[in-house]
Design a protein around this ligand. Structure first.
Ligand SMILES: NC(=O)c1ccc[n+]([C@@H]2O[C@H](COP(=O)([O-])OP(=O)(O)OC[C@H]3O[C@@H](n4cnc5c(N)ncnc54)[C@H](O)[C@@H]3O)[C@@H](O)[C@H]2O)c1
Length: 282
């Protein structure tokens, strides 16, 4: 993948869920592009390892995104350690409640929404708190293809991710005239611990999930954290200065119908079809 160095030179970012998967890949890409980052995750050992491998450009803050004070703390760490906050990536996630709606408890619903929806609201709130006085910043939240279409994930997950898409538009409408952009990325199937666990029952089974995702991908390649990181980077950077309120779907064409096969597209079938002129009674 061609990379142009320094697309986030001098910027400071907080990334939730950056101990693993898409968040980790994005933290690594951000640092490679000149940013300094706060790795904010509930997994202490993995988060510390990721931050350590990024050297002086990274700090780890143990963050449970279901706790507002933890999100506020991660944002405040960015300002205290690196002087400012330019980019907020609301990425932490779980699959959450699965199963039939009629069997889903209100408690499981609340616990899932706390991570996937409420935390995104709080991430935007606290990023806004420090970005608004500077009239500058970019917020990117991670939705999902399950946030733009039904039938691709569990019920509560689908509801939460649609909520992320909606809140992205709503927050963008408040912040636009105050210099802050708010966007989302909606990944399709991506090779991470989350999908490995769903596919193989083992978050470390990279081979099984890579094979499954490749088979499902209209482009016949597996989605990798790096593919999602590239989209997050674009929206985070000044190259997207004219873009706000959008959800960028990165899914190998799955939700745009690229899965095919579509009979009209057969080679050698060129013809203009206009049956309507004949009508159903002819
Ligand atoms: N992998 C996919 O196919 C896919 C597709 C669409 C959307 N997503 C979304 O991408 C995001 C990242 O997921 P991933 O696939 O990289 O999974 P992952 O499991 O590799 O990473 C998720 C990270 O979030 C952290 N996390 C979970 N609960 C937390 C909490 N309460 N507080 C702080 N951190 C917490 C985990 O510790 C982990 O490091 C999620 O929002 C997920 O819904 C993933």
């Amino acid at each position: 993948m061609p990379q142009q160095a320094g697309r986030l030179e001098g910027k400071v970012a907080v990334l939730t869920g950056a101990a693993s998967g898409i968040g980790e890949g994005t933290a690594r890409r951000f640092v490679a592009e000149g940013a300094r980052v706060v790795v904010a995750d509930i997994q202490e050992e993995k988060g510390l390892r990721v931050a350590k491998s990024l050297g002086d450009a990274a700090r780890f803050v143990r963050t449970d995104v279901t706790q507002e004070s933890d999100i506020a703390g991660a944002v405040d760490t960015a300002v205290a350690e690196f002087g400012q906050l330019d980019v907020m990536v609301n990425n932490a996630g779980i699959v959450g409640a699965v199963g039939s709606i009629v069997e889903t408890s209100a408690e499981a619903f609340d616990a899932t929404m706390a991570v996937l929806a409420r935390a995104v609201f709080l991430g935007i709130k606290h990023a806004g708190r420090v970005m608004l006085p500077r009239r500058s910043g970019s917020i990117v939240s991670i939705a999902s293809t399950a946030g733009v279409q039904g039938g691709l994930g569990p019920h509560v997950y689908t509801m939460a991710k649609h909520g992320v898409v909606g809140l992205t538009k709503s927050a963008a409408s408040e912040f636009a005239r105050r210099g802050i952009r708010v966007n989302a990325v909606a990944p399709g199937n991506t090779v991470t611990a989350m999908t490995a666990d769903v596919v193989a029952g083992d978050p470390d089974d990279r081979d099984a999930v890579t094979e499954t995702i490749t088979t499902m991908s209209p482009l016949r390649i597996p989605g990798l954290p790096e593919d999602i990181a590239a989209a997050i980077l674009y929206l985070a950077s000044d190259e997207a200065r004219y873009v706000t309120g959008q959800t960028l779907v990165v899914d190998a064409g799955q939700t745009s119908g690229s899965g095919g096969p579509v009979p009209f597209h057969r080679q050698g079938a060129e013809v203009i079809r206009e049956a309507g002129r004949r009508g159903i009674d002819d």
